[in-house]
Design a binder for this molecule. Sequence first.
Ligand code: SAH
Length: 370
Amino acid sequence: MNTEIVDTLKREKRLDAAGYRSLLESRDPDTAAYLHETAKGVSVQRFGRGIYIRGLIEFTNICRNDCLYCGIRKSNRNIRRYMLADNEIIDRCSCGYGLGFRTFVLQGGELPDEKDDFIEEVCRLIHGRFPDCAITLSLGERREESYRRFFNAGATRYLLRHETHNPAHYAMLHPAGMSLENRLRCIARLKAIGYQTGTGIMAGSPYQTVDNIIEDIQYIQALRPQMIGIGPFIPHKDTPFGGLCYGTEYRNRTVGGPGPATREAEDMRLELTLKLISIFRLMFPDALIPATTALATVANDGREKGILSGANVVMPNLSPPWTRDSYSLYDDKASSGSESAEGLAELESRLARIGYHIDFSRGDYSENCI
Ligand code: SAH
């Protein structure tokens, strides 16, 4: 068991590329267990046993982009497109407020620029009605001026995963016309405007290599985002990657490529997600790191495993139930039970079973280095 590398990461909050590689490629279950245990300890020391909740409102699946992995890509003709009206969004916030949510995450496809007025107005309305709540946006790449307008209207957090920091890999996941350069520029702008900014990747995305992941870690190390979202890639049947399983190279073995998902590939994707959560927790004790819906989708106890690896946020679905099938980023996406806002009691009892509870406060990022 290699405890030393984990201890070094905890102490130094970084490793060199060889160090990250050895953690990512290690097949030793004891080293992984020690990594998770250490990361969990850092999380508990920093946040206690409270887990922040965010109400996720997927307010539109209309999207101008065509990301190859994503089920709401514009070429997918098999979903019904929808967009909630402002009063429907406010209704969901009221409902969430009653349940105890103090953060609302507005997520959606990339709307045309003309919808910026609408987005700004919705931020203003939510901020006016629920001044004690935080508004997080996750609306993709937009103009700098738009990010600024939303910020001035009351949004203070923004999630925009960079997806991969390698230009060649980026081009394999996105259509011509989208560029890594623009995505990174957007992330830098969000940070400069003053948003608490989140970024991240899918673990096991098609053609992803360990080298790519090391680059991602190094990018995040330099960026110092306030939030880090890591979830397993899950194929969606109506995308070009519908038949692919996961990343093509993990621990120097081919786990992806066309063909059915094998049990081994599934285990690796879960394992890789958990390792990354732990690595980021050790690098950034203060960061807000969710146990994502995708993680809860690939394993029944995925959320719990994420928390026990150092995650400290969950984002139950607060979208109107009629939209949930249409917001299908990937196949079989979880949106009921403890993944739903209505299921908070179930979430609470599942957390209690692993010794945690819901923290109902806003949970803004704050630096409190331990
Ligand atoms: N349009 C916005 C937000 C919606 S997508 C944006 O692009 O940021 C939110 C996240 O879902 C993406 O960043 C991506 O990492 C994740 N996602 C999309 N398709 C996925 C898939 N097939 N499997 C797992 N995660 C996926």
